[in-house]
Structure formats: structure tokens, C-alpha cells
Design a protein around this ligand. Sequence first.
Ligand code: KG4
Ligand code: ZN
Length: 354
Amino acid sequence: MIILGIETSCDETSAAVVEETGDASRPWRIRSNVVASQVAIHREWGGVVPELSARQHIRDICGVVERALEDAKGPRIDGVAVTQGPGLVGSLLVGLSFAKAFAWTRGVPLIPVHHLAGHIESLVLQGGEMPMPAIVLVVSGGHTSLYRISTPGVYELLGRTRDDAAGEAYDKVAKLLHLGYPGGPVIDRLARSGNERAIAFPRMRLTHADRNAPDLPGTRDFSFSGLKTSVLRHVGTRRETLGLTPADPLPDYETADICASFQRVVVDTLLDRLFDAARWYQARSVGIAGGVSANSRLRAEAEVRGAARQLPVFVPDLALSTDNAAMIAAAGLRRFRAGFDAQLDINAEASLAL
Ligand code: KG4
Ligand code: ZN
């Protein structure tokens, strides 16, 4: 079984060819994985502009798929997997429409995939099947969600952010410090030369039930908006003290201290929740997926905590941590193997639930 994957939910146009290996412990092999990033286009605006994103996907999709098929060295394609949601609806529609046309003209099945199921599958692509039960944290620009997986392909939501996603907090803090977009990689780099104990930013405390979603259990939820506001206040006060305007950067050493102190709170918060849940549910492995899993501090600290508890820690390679179609193809293979086959009248869903 060989599948073409397509991902266009946000600011990367990606296509990949992934095949089933027949080896139960390492089920998928990547034959090609092509990513055209739009970061340079959105950087000018300080964040992703949905309309520009959709239009750029239209320009890129044909070339990216052609290249993925070429790189895969011409195998037959048995099915096409595509991100159905969540994401920017105009952007999702480009990939979904392309995938429908491809499936129809080639007479192969169309398999819709949840973007986060794709991120979780990046862990299996990288390290093979996770020992079950597993606790997986998906941290990206749009999501911070904790899942329990007892059967591969079945995800139980344990908690999620009530406001900003972790990656979004990185992006907003970077914007405030005039560090450009996306914020994660630059804060990660600058934090290395800063003092992570220089500023005592607050840790998340959730003292009340989630009023916006009373039906969700919510005991393992996250919140990053308080931290972001606290960084905003600190930066405002420092600019005032130094006689700077909001357009001026702070001195380099102060910026580095803010990055390090902010990052320490984010990393501790994420890992405390992940390892607490692992202990509570007696997990046999843990994983971290999504764009923020590229963070060097998060990866290093997760390794240390995992080793101390003798728990294997799954993280994807950097190329598989940010959005890519190989993870979508792999998640599609898993769904297809479970007997799933979609009709051609499915629609993109901006807030699809997993
Ligand atoms: O998964 P992804 O590529 O797209 C979404 O589905 O959102 O994640 C993008 C996010 C951005 O917010 C970016 O700032 C963050 O991942 N990111 C990082 C790092 N690299 C990317 N955050 C922290 N540290 C990094 N090294
Ligand atoms: Zn993503």
C-alpha cells in the first residue's frame, strides 16, 4: 500500500509519498516529502494572513505534488490522504479539492485526515509504534492538546489550552520583542544566552472550570495568555524605565533574559502536565509532536525526565516536527488499514474535532 499525502492547513504546501512496510514495529517508510514554506510571505505581516496563504497554496500545489511523485521514483499510488481540518478554511480547501480531483481521476480512495492525528503519526514515522498506553502532547502554533492513546489510531483528549496555544505564545512574545515571525526558533536561539531565572514570570494556575466548554473535563488544561500578558507588562515597564518607545528594541542581554525566563515557564508547564498524566495513567511511553516539539530546551528536558522515569520519549526529527505531508500520508495509511474510505462530497472543516 502506497499513499500520496497532501497538507495545506496553514502556511506550508506539502505533498509526500509514504508506503506501508509490513513490519509491525516500523509500519511506514517515507519515499518522498516535499514542503514549500510560505514563511517569507507572511513574515512581512508578522503572522499568517489567511487570504495570502490560500492564494499561495493554489500557486504551489501542482508543482509540489509533481515533485513528490518524481522523488518517490514512480510507484503506483493506491490512495490519497489529505488534511480535512482543523486549519484555515481557504487553505484547507486547496489541498482537499486537489486531493478529490486526484482520487477521482486515478480511481483511488480519498482518505481525510485530522491535522493533529498527522502530528501524532510523525512520532511513529520517526521512532516506530509507541508502547501503549502512550501520552502524547501536540504543541503547535494553533494547538496545545494532551492525548491518551491506548489503541493506535484512537485518541482520547485529556486536556487542551483554554486560550493561546504554546506556539502562538512564542509568536506573540517574539512580535512584542521585535524578533520577527515565526517566534519559536528565534526565542529558542536567544534563550541559550539568557538567564532563565532573571524574571519570575507566573506559572499557569487554573482555579475554575472552563466556562466556554463546560462539557469537557478540563482538569489537565493549559493556559498561556496570563504568561503572555505578564511578558507584555514586563516589557512595557522596562521600556518606560529606559526611556524607550514601543518601537525600540530592549538591550540584547535583557531580550535574552526575557526569552530564557519565558521559555522556562512554557517548557516546565508543558512537561509537568505530560509527565503527570503519564504517571496517572501508567503510560509506557510519552511523545511530543507539533512545531513546538522542535524546541531544543523542551526536547532536552523531556529526555532527562523520561530517562529518570525509564519512560521512552518520542519526538520527531526537526523536518517532521513542523507541518509536512508525510505525517498526513502515514495517518491516512493507518485510517485506510482500519477500513476507512471517504466519499468525494466531504468538506474542509476549520475546527474539526479529533
Ligand atoms: O505545527 P506547526 O508547523 O504549525 C501549526 O500547525 O501551527 O507549528 C508552528 C509553530 C509556530 O508557532 C512556531 O513558532 C513554533 O511552532 N515553533 C517553535 C520552534 N520551531 C517552531 N516553538 C518553539 N521552539 C522552536 N524551536
Ligand atoms: Zn501543525
